[in-house]
Design a protein around this ligand. Structure first.
Ligand code: AMP
Ligand code: MG
Length: 285
């Protein structure tokens, strides 16, 4: 386990309270500039390992990103995907369910997006919305959402055991003040104004309810096979550093191997390349 894995993991069975986690934590680095070489190192490692995963086609990785509005979910998606081969990597965003999705069980829309062997899927929001926004706004009765924690654990168990998937879940933790500051920046930035809606501000009235809902998620669904990490995210660069370290280390620990060639390379070299060389050295008429 890397140092940030140990530091931010929610131990299965523990009872965490978010007020004990400092969203402004930034470790030993003091600035983005100072942290950049380390972030780049992890991002490069992830790229190499993703190539290996794609070649090997035995393992897969599911990254789940949750957090309140402006916590940085989009930012993490962008940073993680930078150098990866799009053929082996997909980012999926989960929005308000469509009428068709609502007419099914809550996991129906999620299952088709879990990663295939050899690939990585990143969920920007996920099945956890069904015990977060849905619980806070009582979109279904308590007797329905309260069963979902166990249902989610069973679902994740299925993916892990049946398809050699590793699951990493990140809660991007920001303070209420930091959220407001980020909303203000969005208001002033023509490239980000489209992200702002009045409902984002209204949701701030439910901050306490969301905190409780997140605490239940962390306490009831952090399992050995699919752990949660609480990532201090007031500093965007620290968030990227912690997430990229945890992902790259997890991928290293998968013990992936470049597949052995299935053909006789020496024979191919002999038959095709030597023949080519001979034809090249033959004088042309
Ligand atoms: P955004 O991530 O800003 O594009 O917004 C997506 C919106 O969809 C958020 O307000 C989520 O709370 C909402 N959403 C995602 N999943 C669900 C769900 N299962 N039920 C209700 N709302 C959801
Ligand atoms: Mg939003």
């Amino acid at each position: 386990m890397s140092n940030y894995m140990k530091k931010f993991i929610v131990m299965p069975g523990s009872k965490v309270r978010l007020k004990h986690f400092d969203p402004g934590y930034h470790g030993k680095h003091e600035s983005h500039e100072k942290a950049l070489p380390e972030i780049q190192k992890y991002v490069e490692k992830m790229e190499q390992l993703q190539y290996l995963m794609y070649a090997e086609r035995k393992h897969s990785l599911l990254v789940v990103l949750q957090g309140l509005d402006a916590a940085g979910k989009d930012g993490v998606v962008r940073h993680i995907l930078t150098g990866m081969n799009p053929a082996g990597c997909a980012a999926v965003g989960f929005k308000q369910p469509t009428p068709e999705e609502l007419a099914h069980d809550f996991l129906w829309r999620v299952h088709p997006h879990v990663p295939t062997k050899g690939s990585i899927a990143i969920f920007n929001r996920s099945h956890y919305e069904d015990v977060l926004v849905v619980r806070v706004h009582q979109l279904v009765p308590e007797k329905v959402w309260s069963k979902r924690y166990d249902e989610i654990n069973e679902f994740e168990k299925l993916i892990v055991t049946q398809n050699a998937t590793t699951i990493l879940k990140f809660f991007l933790h920001i303070s209420k003040e930091e959220q407001l500051a980020r909303f203000a920046q969005r208001l002033d930035d023509p490239a980000r104004q489209w992200k702002i809606s009045e409902s984002d501000y209204k949701e701030r009235d439910y901050w306490g309810d969301y905190t409780e809902a997140f605490e239940d998620v962390l306490n009831r669904t952090s399992t050995e096979r699919a752990p949660w990490f609480v990532i201090p995210s007031n500093h965007k660069w620290f968030r990227d550093l912690a997430v990229s370290q945890i992902i790259s280390r997890t991928m290293e620990e998968m013990g992936m191997q470049m597949p052995k060639p299935t053909v006789d390379l020496a024979k191919i070299r002999r038959e095709y390349h030597q023949a080519e060389d001979e034809s090249k050295s033959r004088p042309t008429k």
